[in-house]
Design a protein around this ligand. Structure first.
Ligand code: ADP
Ligand code: MG
Length: 609
């Protein structure tokens, strides 16, 4: 390698601007939905009250966004496609308190480098508008042109000059569903703004400017879900959370119906997804994702939004404290949701089976069965490595302003309507039926009893007062040497959980007592399960974990079994104890404990209406 360097050109070159912009576009513009997001955010930043989004072929062929915002004059138009050209940020200190959706001045330059663009704008109050084109970074001269006030941006043939990216686009319906998702989130976050989204000339989604939050939710999620949402409104040390959580039975396979807003900006954030998952723990079947629409408001200086080019992720200061606050508020709200399986859902599915057609009232038809709306499972929605450091933190006590509007007379009377009246019945030694003021309810006695045993035990552990049943003669359990060592090591922690264990021999443990609530425990199985859990975690046992992962199984085994006859007093007692705990609506494995038929359901079943 004796090439002469002095006379040859330098090997390092500054890249041409088009390439620089295409590289930047790689970070921000991944697919049509990212273009839609950037353009609609620009419209919102421009103060638009009506935004129209037209897509063709999932957006790959055409994305056109039209707004009635403040518009741009000719001098702005000339700069709009320049990288790092923005009207929203002047100096570095502005980064500390960003109130607009955009601020990086990169979007239009990026889009301009990967699509054939046309930008028309007429400033508010100006006599005429102007237009220019951008073909792969080549700007046309600016021409004066008539048109409505506001801005219209057109991006055609996305990635026409970067075929590698173009190949990554999915089918039109998949790409469309991602754009729908983006628009729905923005529409929920921006009351006062109307949105219309069309695809190949067909209207796919819209909300009118006048629609309030509740109406937007109804339009977006369907009325079946909207009718069952549990409101949240709490504040703590300058951080407030508002919005809604849905009963666990509405849960989906992906997080497409989890909507978080931070100071009005839609975001996906691992911390927030985790807190939601945690709040639904014990009420959700494995692999399901809860539905929630939640807005966080906190001082912009307590969160950094400038950590991700698409601004989808943020970084919170004081994450652990925030986590504790949110978990507390959300868990409480989840427990208040109506978890009974509605009789109407059963009737609808029975009807479908019978007539082989979709009933218009079926639960699913409202929001689950709209193929174009259902986004594909997202990669980032997959379970996040659970970081138990956060979840084990002591829960922050909060002054919740009001978790549910108990003052709401409609709700109060609904709660009353679910109070038992009249006789109760046991069917097949398994199901309990009782009359309600507005219908009747069927409970699964085993599932109900299991939840009661679990919650009582949890309450005892949290109070540090587990009632222990001590035996005169210990039961001996054979274990491995390592497990026997563990028993010795964690003897005191086990005792606090009501597990009175002692090493008896090198491979034998003596069980002297267990929590009194466990009626007919399988001693050996229980001890093995506990030790396996501790081995697996590799650390001291955590009360909640042991309870959730081991004792609930025992609670299940020792509960009133399906098949135990109960007399009326016992049934009443079971319901009474259920009411006394904070939620008796699902069993510990998240199966519902009851099905409820309202008068409306009965009228429907008998074709009275
Ligand atoms: P950013 O939004 O980060 O400032 P963009 O590249 O998205 O950067 O836009 C550049 C600039 O163009 C914006 O700062 C704004 O001044 C102007 N602009 C873009 N879209 C619109 C619009 N729809 N209405 C008015 N001005 C717009
Ligand atoms: Mg922008």
């Amino acid at each position: 390698m004796t090439r002469e360097l002095s006379s040859s050109a330098a090997r390092i070159r500054v890249l041409p601007e088009l390439v620089i912009n295409q590289i930047a576009a790689g970070e921000v513009i991944e697919r049509p939905a990212s273009v839609v997001k950037e353009l609609v955010e620009n419209a919102l930043d421009a103060g638009a009250t009506h935004v129209r989004i037209e897509l063709e072929d999932g957006g790959a062929k055409l994305i056109r966004v039209t707004d009635d915002g403040i518009g741009m004059g000719e001098r702005d138009l000339a700069l709009a496609f320049q990288p790092h050209a923005t009207s929203k940020l002047f100096d570095a200190s502005d980064l500390e308190h960003i109130a607009t959706l955009g601020f990086r001045g990169e979007a239009l330059a990026s889009i301009g480098s990967v699509a054939r663009c046309r930008l028309f704008s007429r400033e508010r109050g100006a006599a005429l508008g102007a237009e220019l084109e951008n073909q792969g970074g080549n700007l046309s001269p600016i021409r004066s042109k008539g048109g409505p006030e506001g801005t219209q941006f057109e991006a055609r043939d996305l990635f026409y000059n970067t075929p590698a990216r173009r190949r990554f686009l999915k089918t039109a319906s998949t790409e469309l569903s991602r754009s729908v998702d983006v628009i729905q989130r923005l529409a929920l976050a921006h009351e006062g703004v109307g949105f219309v989204l069309t695809h190949d000339g067909r209207r796919v989604y819209d909300v009118e400017a006048e629609m309030d939050a509740a109406a937007r939710i109804r339009r977006t999620f369907g009325s079946e879900l909207a009718d069952h949402l549990q409101p949240i409104d709490a504040e703590w040390q300058g951080t407030s959370i508002g919005g809604f959580v849905a009963p666990p039975r509405f849960a989906k396979h992906d997080t497409s119906r989890q909507m978080w807003f931070l100071n009005g900006r839609p975001l996906r954030d691992k911390l927030l997804s985790r807190v939601l998952k945690e709040a639904y723990k014990g009420f959700l079947v494995e692999g399901r994702q809860p539905i929630a629409i939640l807005s966080l408001a906190l001082d912009p200086s307590r969160v950094d939004v400038n950590v991700h080019p698409a601004k989808a992720e943020v970084r919170f200061r004081d994450e652990r404290v925030l986590f504790g606050f949110l978990l507390n508020v959300l868990r409480e709200a989840v427990r208040r949701t109506d978890m009974a399986t509605p009789g109407s859902a059963l009737l609808a599915s029975a009807e479908r089976r019978e007539f082989g057609r979709h009933s218009p009232n079926a639960l699913q038809t409202h929001f689950l069965d709209r193929p174009s709306f259902v986004a594909e499972p997202r990669r980032e929605s997959e379970t996040f490595a659970s970081d138990s450091r956060l979840s084990r933190d002591p829960i922050v006590r909060v002054e919740a302003r009001e978790l549910a509007p108990n003052a709401d007379p409609a709700l109060a009377s609904e709660q009353l309507a679910h109070e038992p009246i009249g006789p109760v019945l046991q069917i097949h030694n398994t199901y309990l039926i009782r009359a309600l003021e507005d219908g009747f309810e069927i409970a699964d006695q085993h599932a109900l009893h299991e939840r009661i045993t679990f919650e009582d035990l949890l309450a005892e552990v949290e109070r540090g007062s587990v009632a222990v049943q001590r035996w005169l003669a210990p039961e001996l359990v054979e274990l491995t040497r390592a497990q026997t060592e563990l028993v010795e090591e964690h003897r005191e922690s086990f005792a606090r959980l009501g597990l009175v264990l002692e090493r008896f021999g090198p491979q034998t443990v003596a069980v002297h007592g267990l929590p009194a609530r466990l009626k007919k425990p399988d001693v050996e199985g229980l001890v093995r399960d506990v030790l396996e859990l501790v081995e697996q975690k590799g650390r001291a046992p955590d009360a909640r974990e042991i309870l959730e992962e081991v004792l609930h199984r025992t609670a299940c085994r020792s509960s009133v079994m399906a098949g135990d006859p109960l007399d009326e007093a016992e049934i009443r007692e079971l319901f009474r104890r259920g009411r006394a705990i904070s939620s008796d609506q699902t069993c510990v494995h998240a199966r519902p404990t009851r099905v409820r038929f309202t008068l409306a359901d009965l009228e429907k079943a008998f074709h009275r209406r």
